[in-house]
Design a protein around this ligand. Structure first.
Ligand code: DP6
Length: 345
């Protein structure tokens, strides 16, 4: 059967991508880990092989025809067919679903675009069989995923990855992400991430608009400079296994991201009062227990509470008693650093 299915995770950035240039190139490098439970599963059935230069796409999302997504994905697939010419003339029937609810505020672009990119590169491989190393396959999938959504470039790897060129490591690139698991201390590889769902309302401002606002942002240049420095520091701290410094740096990056939103013109605020209550609780907990726990934030109100897995018992009872009262219907996702995408066919 001419079919490919990939399950690909969402990821959470510790050093944030916020601001882009050219064709989906980041203004500063970013670092993230892939999640375990939050993923998209995408099946592509391919057929045809006409002379046409077009890729014919039909799409169902969670079992239903979705014209809006279909148009977007058809446009995307046709735009990247110059990099995967064997797609031209094919008919693709795409079916996709997310493991997390649409209203949970978890960004689905990273998981959905990476799952799609992995599928498209698999089709190329099935038809041409030119890629011999899995790392080349991943790199190409990351490149294609990036063109769909920047953060998706990082989701093609398990554990930790970096997307964006840095002055210190010539392997890092703006074009695709790289696996950095060999560069970091094992203590970080089993961290937990409790995603605390603060709201199920639609975001007030999309990431696309947020990135655009960075183009005229008065503090943009210093933000990018700081994120370059934070990336260098983060790689050092993670190599050495310095968990307390990791916690402080992660929080600094998260709040710097939201500071950019608050000082854009027009300004916007994605945190809710419960977001701040949770942040304060986590900081108090760190102070009282000395545990190297921390929070980070995506472009939304939800809080990612990040902790070493050896402290899971204490952390979970803290979540239950102190943090869940701030979550919408006490909802949270008990996630952790994940192993990355899985090919299901
Ligand atoms: C705050 O990757 O969603 O999550 O490239 O326009 O699709 P596009 O943006 P997107 O931006 C993600 C921003 C972020 C930080 C991050 O994941 O690095």
């Amino acid at each position: 059967m001419n079919q490919t299915t990939w399950r690909s995770p969402s990821n959470i950035a510790l050093i944030k991508y916020w601001g882009k240039k050219g064709n989906q190139l980041p203004m500063n490098p970013s670092l993230s880990f892939s999640l375990d439970k939050a993923f998209t599963e995408t099946t592509i059935i391919f057929s045809g092989g006409t002379d046409s230069n077009k890729v014919d796409v039909s799409l169902t999302f969670e079992g239903h025809k979705n014209k809006h997504f279909e148009d977007r994905i058809a446009k995307f697939v046709n735009s990247i067919s110059e990099y995967i010419p064997s797609l031209k003339g094919l008919r693709l029937e795409i079916d996709s679903y997310n493991s997390f609810p649409h209203s949970s505020g978890i960004a689905s672009s990273a998981s959905s675009m990476s799952a799609l990119a992995l599928g498209l590169v698999s089709i190329e491989h099935k038809l041409l069989g030119q890629i011999t190393h899995f790392s080349d396959f991943q790199q190409k999938a990351s490149f294609i995923a990036r063109l769909g959504s920047g953060s998706a470039a990082r989701s093609v790897y398990g554990g930790y990855s970096v997307w964006g060129a840095t002055p210190d490591n010539s392997l890092f690139s703006n074009e695709y992400a790289m696996d950095i698991n060999d560069l970091i201390h094992p203590v970080f590889k089993t961290y937990g991430d409790a995603i605390l769902l603060v709201t199920n309302k639609e975001k007030k401002v999309s990431s696309t608009v947020g990135h655009q606002l960075m183009e005229s942002h008065p503090f943009a240049d210093s933000k990018f400079t700081e994120s370059f420095k934070n990336m260098e520091l983060m790689l050092e701290v993670m190599k050495k296994g310095e968990q307390q410094d990791f916690a402080l740096l992660t929080e600094l990056e998260a709040l710097s991201l939201h500071a950019m939103m608050m000082t854009s013109n027009p300004s916007f605020l994605l945190m809710e009062p419960q977001t701040l209550s949770i942040i304060n609780k986590i900081r108090d907990f760190r102070l009282q227990t000395g545990l190297p726990v921390c929070f980070t934030l995506d472009a939304g109100a939800n809080v990612h509470f990040i902790y070493p897995d050896k402290d899971v018992k204490l952390v979970k009872s803290f979540i239950e008693s102190e943090l869940l009262p701030y979550c919408v219907q006490k909802q949270w996702i008990d996630d952790k650093v994940g192993l990355g995408p899985v090919r299901l066919t």
